[in-house]
Design a protein around this ligand. Sequence first.
Ligand SMILES: [Zn+2]
Ligand SMILES: [Zn+2]
Length: 106
Amino acid sequence: MRKLISLPAIVAAALLTVSATASDSANIISNASPAEKMVKCSACKGKGITVIETGAMDCHICNGKGKVRQGIRMVKCTTCKGKGQIPWERTGTCSACSGIGKVPKK
Ligand SMILES: [Zn+2]
Ligand SMILES: [Zn+2]
């Protein structure tokens, strides 16, 4: 039973280590000396977030056909603009600037 109880403690410790490392790296950047000029991060254009992944999925309104039935007629699906596919993108914290949108000028 002792092993079962100790396992969540190990996971919690690992999570603490991860969050501590993340905040440490953020502190290092924000506490940079004033002499060190900060410039807008080019990787995320200063937004702090970047697109990690993009793709397209079948439109759920027209089931990928690009057209929907309206009475007796088939009309262009407005949700996907007739393409049948809806683009999606997954964004996340910019790894180049740790999400602050600025990087020290080299
Ligand atoms: Zn559609
Ligand atoms: Zn960035």
